[in-house]
Structure formats: structure tokens, C-alpha cells
Design a protein around this ligand. Structure first.
Ligand code: 3H9
Length: 713
């Protein structure tokens, strides 16, 4: 029974905000695909709808509803960094809150960031099951900048508000009700019917305008101050290197100490500082990059094959981790091992993960039993006859892998996807050794495979597009971030790793201690330095690879032997109590070892090197130049589709600080000409190692950056 139906914009296309009268309620619909982000047209439309409500005698209340799958997903992230266009979101929120007629927000799907801030400016809120409410700005290097830092603590108290804003997590409708973020949870998921019914009910009970700015969530000042103090101490510890979290705490302190309007002014200033920060640019780049990587050409060209059952060959650390990742996605797993003892060990590895969760109270024993009911093991490949997809995770040796694939070729049904989890080996050689190379793909997991988010999807020459699409679909089921990689030694990630670790080894032999290098890398934002990582993973793994490659190594290439000297002594890192660091009595954090320093000194002497000192900045410049140059090479050779694929690989698989966006984004930030100048300067000492990538040279000559290549695919 719409009596008037008015659009909020005169643009020829359908405007993103429309309003129509439903009885006495002005129904305002935000319809801006894909997620109703608050673009300038949406902001204008919302402001215009409120003006209309104020001026029309027929309107007694306003109902805000999102079309499609969400209420509003937040500010339009694509507008960040561009010139601002009025009205600003804080002004729109203030306008909504100031409305003299009750405004009701009916929330389904995402009400995130600015979307929740719009809802908080309304006078009443209803959510339905499936709603996700949150203030995730911190994950983009921002803080809630449309009154969220002032309204949320006033509504639900400082502690709950800080927890939402500092974690960025999503609350369900039920949790939101408990917190007091919403007033009601609808009985059905018909958002329009629920919203209209609630609005009618409010009108019938003469509910008046109730502004969040006047709410009393901070009335217990002592409790609020204690929550702020705790959050400040925790944040200083946990959010190392991050710019916006402490500002969020400062904003809540201001909410406690100052008037609402003063608080809004303070919040705006802090928000703009965050908006201008390179961290915001890095995190927004990461946000879009992790969505872009999902769109590989094969996912557009072909439909994935169905996956309803998965086989895993090998029950070692990797195989068991992969099995857990697959089980966690709800799929059944059949594990194959060569004998009963190995199979029992494989099952024990899998169970250990779930036992850990049960011990920590994060899983019930019944839930563990339910998951394991989907797990079976066998010593016969015949058990894989019906598997839709098989992932091989056996010993990293071409002959062993080819033998496994011969068995798979024999037993698997036609159309089964056959994947190898190799980290280095030539997948084309594995594929061409069997009769169905079109079904063979690389799925490179990272250890621990049930935790690490990255999945390199390695695309050999003969694979069919629907197999690649299936790999991407599997990644989605496993909640992994897939990156498409071409076949080469090390694919994207390990290929870069080999180069930047070598750069670190050179710096170590030339005079810096591994402890200084690790600290410099940590201060840059990595969780761990390269020598800590080696100690954690086990020095023997790299040693075996180095020995394997010794015969094919360029005899003119510089080769640092320090790690070999440690391995020869059996110092493999944490598991042997010492590596680059000492781990007395099973300690998990290492301490510097004077004996290692003596070995390094002896190695320098043996190599005839006069040690010199490096500043932390010198270390970072070399480490990053090596990483960026090899990143440019993998893009140049088509191993990575775009620079952003390199960024996602390093952020999700190698601990690169997300707030810097990835090495290629970082390179754009410091300027490609500067990176190239560094490489050329380093090349004076070692031209064989420091060969500028042709892509880097070309981009510098053209005055272009890596970002310009991200649109290409
Ligand atoms: C903020 O609000 C600041 C304010 O406090 C202050 C302002 C003054 N903008 O994730 P999906 C795109 S900061 C623009 O694949 P899903 C996304 O790129 C913001 N675009 O879907 C993708 O595009 P494409 C705080 C956005 O169903 C498409 O939508 N809000 C935005 O898996 C689908 O996205 C957030 O941080 C956006 N805000 O998940 C929420 N959001 O198809 C960020 C998404 O071209 N968003 N896109 O690749 C999300 O968390 C998820 O997208 C969401 C849907 C849960 C909503």
C-alpha cells in the first residue's frame, strides 16, 4: 500500500536509496550491490530520506532496510584515498540520530563498520538470525569514524565496545541482543516483515525518539576506566607496530571524559590520521588482493568438479595436517599409508590436533568423535576407488611421487582430481608420467596445514581448467586463501624465500649477527626473523635440500656455510635444544649462543671476510630488495599472475606484515626507483646475486609501479 514512492537521486540508473510510505512508516531501502557499501550516492540518499521524513506529515516513523544479502557492509572502501565527497558519513549519522521521528534499523546479513554506525544512529534496532554486527575498521588500519567510538561505549559499555572495536570480530544477532547492541531479534528471517511489524508496534506504544548519544553505558565510570586501562595495556602488547588500535582506546577514553560532540571531533581527527597512514593503504590493499586472487582465469572459464570425498596419501605432519583441514571443512577423508604402523601414526597425528582442542575446552569429546567418524585409513590404494580428489603428501622425492601417481592412475575413478603437495618438484614431470595428466594439479599447503591460510594452486601445462577451478573451490571449502602459481622450483613463495634468506646469510657472513638480523626483521613487522624460523622448522630440512642441490649449484655463486656448520654438529634448532639459538630445557624462545657467534667468526675468517657493521635499516633494505626483485621475476615469468598474487602469498604463508600489504605493495610505497638503485648498488659487490629483474627495470623506465599491473588479468 505504497502511497508515495520517491527516489533519492535524479540519476538515470536506479538510485541506491529509495523510500516509500508503508502506512505511517517511511520504508527506506538501501540497494547498492554487492554489499550496500556507503558510497556518496548512498550517503546522499540516506540524508535525503531523513529530510523527507521530517518534512512529510504522513510519515510518523522511518524504517531502514538493506536490499539483497546485507544491511550495510560499511563505508565504501574503494573511496578511501580519493578526494572526499559530501555528505560525510558522520554528518549523515548525526542527521539520522537528530531526526524527530523514531528511526528503526532492521538488520540482516552484514551491519559492519559504517553500516553498524548507521544502525547505532537509529533510535531502535532489530536484527534477524544470520546477522553479523561488528566494527572491523581496525582490520583496515582504521577506527570507527562515524561516531562508532562514541556511541558504542555509551550504548553497551566500554569493555564490550573495546572488545568489538579492537578485535573487529562479528557478533551474531543473539550476541548483539545480549550486549544491548540491538533491542530485539526477529522470530523469522523475513527482514521486511519483521522490521515493519516492529515499527508498527513502536508507533502503537507511542515509542519516542531515543538517541544513542544520550545512553548511559558509561555511567559506571570506575568500571569503564578499568576496562580502558586493561585494553590499553593489552593493546600495547598485542598490536605491536599497529597504528589504529591505541587510537581506538584513546577515543573511548575521550568518550568517558568529554561531551559527545567533543568526542566526535576527537574521533574525526584520529580517523583522518589513520586514513592517511600507509598502514591503512597496506591493509586495504590486502583486503582487495585476497579477494582478487580467488578470480583466476580458470575459475571464470570452467565449472569445478564435484568434491564429496577426499583421499590423503601420507600420514606425516603434512598429510595429517591436510587431513585435519579437510575434515574441518566437513568432508570425509581416507588416509593411505604404506603399513599398519604408519597408518596408526597418521591417525595419532590427526587425533592429537583434536585432543588439543578438547584439552583446551574448545571442542567436546562428542564433537571430536563426530569428526573422526568421517575419517578412515587404509594400507591399500584400492580404498581410493571412489575418491573425488586425492592429495599426495609423501616424501619429497620424484621417484617416490611418481610411484604414488602410478598407483593413483591405476585405482582412481575417471575424473578424479589428483593433487600433489610438493613444495619444489616439477609437477609437469609428475603429470606426464601418468595417462591422465589433465587431472593433475599442485596443491601446496603450508605447515601446519590445518592452520596456515595460504594454498598455492600450482598449474601444470596439461591440466584442464575445471581441475584448477576445483582446486579453487576446495580452497574455499577449506577456508584457505588460494594463489595461482606456475610450475618452477619453489613456485612463488619458496622461490622468494630462497632468495631473501640467501641475502640474510650474506649479511650475516659480512658482519651482522643472526640475532640482530632477526630483531630487525621482527621490528619491520614479521612475527619471527629468518633464523628463528629455521630453528622452529628444523635446520635439517634446509640442509638436506642444500646437499641435494650441491651438484647443480653455480660454482661461482657465493655460498655461506654457517648453517651447514651448525647442522654438522646436530644443532637443528628447537627440537635438538640448539640451532642458531639455545633452547635450554625445552624453552620455546631461544637465547643467543656465544658458540654460534664463534662459528660465524671462524667462517668469516675462512672466507677471508673482514666483518663490517650493518644498521637495522641496511638489513631491511637488502632483505626487501632481494624479496621484491625475485617477486618481480616471478611476475615477469608468469609464475605469478600479478604482483598482488606475490603479496598475498607472502602475507598468508610467510608472515609478511599484513599492514604493509605485501612486498610488492611495499615496493610501490618506497618507490621502485629506490629499490632498483639499492639493487644496483649491492650488485657492485656481488653482481651474480644482485641481478635487477627485467620487469623492475622496465617499470622504473616507464615511471610505472607494480599496482599498475594488478588490473591486468
Ligand atoms: C568503515 O566503515 C569506516 C567507517 O567507520 C567510517 C567512515 C567515515 N566497500 O567479501 P566479499 C566488495 S570501513 C567496497 O567477497 P562476502 C568486495 O571487494 C569498512 N567494496 O563477499 C567484493 O567485490 P568484488 C568497514 C566492498 O559475502 C564484493 O564486495 N567494513 C566492501 O564473502 C563482495 O565481497 C568492512 O570492513 C566495502 N565496504 O562477504 C566490511 N565490502 O566482487 C568489509 C565488500 O569486486 N566487507 N566489498 O570482488 C566484508 O567483511 C565482507 O565483504 C562481507 C561480505 C562480510 C560484507
Amino acid at each position: 500500500m505504497a502511497t508515495d514512492s520517491v527516489t533519492a537521486s535524479s540519476a538515470s540508473s536506479v538510485p541506491p536509496v529509495t523510500h516509500e510510505l508503508r502506512g505511517k512508516v517511511l520504508l527506506v531501502t538501501i540497494d547498492h550491490a554487492p554489499v550496500n557499501a556507503l558510497s556518496v550516492e548512498v550517503r546522499r540518499g540516506l540524508a535525503a530520506a531523513i529530510e523527507h521524513a521530517e518534512s512529510s506529515d504522513a510519515v510518523q516513523a522511518v524504517l531502514l532496510v538493506g536490499a539483497g544479502r546485507n544491511f550495510i557492509a560499511g563505508a565504501d572502501i574503494r573511496e578511501f584515498g580519493k578526494p572526499p565527497q559530501p555528505p560525510a558519513l558522520p554528518d549523515v549519522c548525526n542527521r539520522i540520530e537528530a531526526c524527530h521521528k523514531p528511526v528503526i534499523a532492521a538488520i540482516h546479513g552484514a551491519a559492519l563498520g559504517g553500516g553498524l554506525e548507521v544502525a547505532l544512529s537509529a533510535h531502535y534496532r532489530l536484527a534477524v538470525a544470520g546477522a553479523k554486527l561488528g566494527l572491523p575498521e581496525v582490520q583496515l588500519g582504521l577506527l570507527p569514524g562515524a561516531g562508532g567510538t562514541q556511541r558504542t561505549p555509551r550504548l553497551i559499555g566500554a569493555e564490550a565496545a573495546l572488545s568489538l572495536m579492537l578485535s573487529g570480530r562479528h557478533a551474531s544477532a543473539q550476541e548483539a541482543l545480549k550486549l544491548g547492541l540491538v533491542d530485539r531479534v526477529g522470530a523469522s528471517d523475513d527482514i521486511l516483515a519483521e522490521g515493519l511489524a516492529y515499527a508498527q508496534e513502536l508507533l502503537a506504544s507511542h515509542a519516542h525518539v531515543r538517541r544513542t548519544r544520550d545512553a548511559h553505558g558509561l555511567a559506571d565510570r570506575a568500571a569503564a576506566q578499568a576496562a580502558i586501562d586493561t585494553a590499553r595495556a593489552d593493546t600495547a602488547k598485542k598490536s605491536r607496530g599497529l597504528f589504529s588500535p591505541l587510537k581506538i582506546v584513546d577515543c573511548v577514553q575521550t568518550a568517558l571524559d568529554q561531551s559527545f560532540d567533543e568526542g566526535l571531533r576527537f574521533e574525526r581527527k584520529q580517523f583522518l590520521e589513520c586514513l592517511d597512514s600507509p598502514q591503512r593503504a597496506g591493509l586495504v590493499h590486502a583486503f582487495f588482493a585476497e579477494r582478487e586472487v580467488q578470480k583466476a582465469p580458470e575459475t571464470k572459464a570452467a565449472k569445478p568438479r564435484a568434491i564429496e570425498s577426499v583421499g590423503v596419501i601420507g600420514g606425516g605432519t603434512m598429510g595429517a595436517g591436510i587431513a585435519v583441514a579437510v575434515l574441518d571443512s566437513g568432508l570425509p577423508v581416507t588416509m593411505i599409508e604404506r603399513d599398519d604402523a604408519s597408518l596408526a601414526r597418521g591417525r595419532a597425528h590427526v587425533e592429537k590436533v583434536y585432543d588439543g582442542l578438547v584439552a583446551k575446552g574448545r571442542m567436546t569429546p562428542e564433537a571430536k568423535a563426530q569428526v573422526l567418524a568421517r575419517y578412515s585409513g587404509s594400507t591399500s590404494y584400492d580404498a581410493l576407488a571412489n575418491a573425488d580428489l586425492v592429495i599426495e603428501a609423501v616424501f619429497e622425492d620424484m621417484n617416490v611421487k611418481q610411484a604414488v601417481f602410478a598407483e593413483l592412475d591405476r585405482v582412481c575413478k575417471p575424473g578424479a582430481v589428483l593433487a600433489t603437495n610438493t613444495s619444489y618438484l616439477d609437477i609437469d614431470a609428475i603429470a606426464s608420467s601418468i595417462k591422465r595428466p589433465q587431472d593433475v594439479v599442485g596443491l601446496h599447503f603450508f605447515s601446519p596445514a590445518n592452520i596456515m591460510k595460504l594454498l598455492e594452486v600450482v598449474v601444470p601445462k596439461q591440466v584442464s581448467a575445471d581441475v584448477v577451478a576445483t582446486a579453487f573451490e576446495l580452497a574455499k571449502k577449506l577456508r584457505k586463501v588460494p594463489v595461482r602459481a606456475g610450475v618452477c622450483d619453489g613456485f612463488i613463495g619458496n622461490r622468494l624465500l630462497a632468495v631473501y634468506r640467501t641475502a640474510a646469510d650474506h649479511v650475516m657472513e659480512d658482519g651482522a649477527s643472526p640475532y640482530q638480523i632477526d630483531k630487525a626483521i621482527r621490528d619491520f613487522g614479521f612475527a619471527m626473523g629468518p633464523y628463528q624460523v629455521i630453528d622452529l622448522a628444523g635446520g635439517d630440512i634446509g640442509w638436506a635440500t642444500r646437499k641435494r642441490r650441491a651438484a647443480t649449484r653455480d660454482p661461482n655463486a657465493r655460498y655461506v656455510q654457517i648453517a651447514d656448520r651448525l647442522c654438522e654438529r646436530g644443532w637443528f634448532g628447537q627440537k635438538t635444544g640448539r640451532g642458531f639459538y639455545l633452547y635450554p630445557e625445552g624453552a620455546r624462545t631461544g637465547s643467543p649462543d656465544p658458540e654460534v657467534e664463534a662459528i660465524i667468526r671462524a667462517e668469516r675468517e675462512r672466507a677471508g671476510i673482514e666483518p663490517r657493521s650493518f644498521s637495522d635499516e641496511d638489513i631491511i633494505r637488502r632483505y626487501m630488495a632481494a624479496m621484491i626483485n625475485e617477486g618481480a621475476n616471478v611476475v615477469h615469468e608468469g609464475i605469478a599472475l600479478r604482483p598482488l598474487d606475490v603479496d598475498v602469498t607472502l602475507v598468508y604463508g610467510y608472515g609478511f606484515p599484513r599492514y604493509r600489504g605485501g612486498p610488492m605493495k611495499y615496493a610501490d610505497t618506497v618507490g621502485l626507483a629506490n629499490v632498483l638503485a639499492d639493487i644496483r648498488a649491492f650488485a657492485k659487490e656481488d653482481p651474480l646475486f644482485w641481478k635487477p629483474s627485467p620487469l623492475l627495470v622496465e617499470l622504473v623506465e616507464r615511471g610505472a609501479n607494480f599496482a599498475s599491473l594488478n588490473e591486468a588479468v
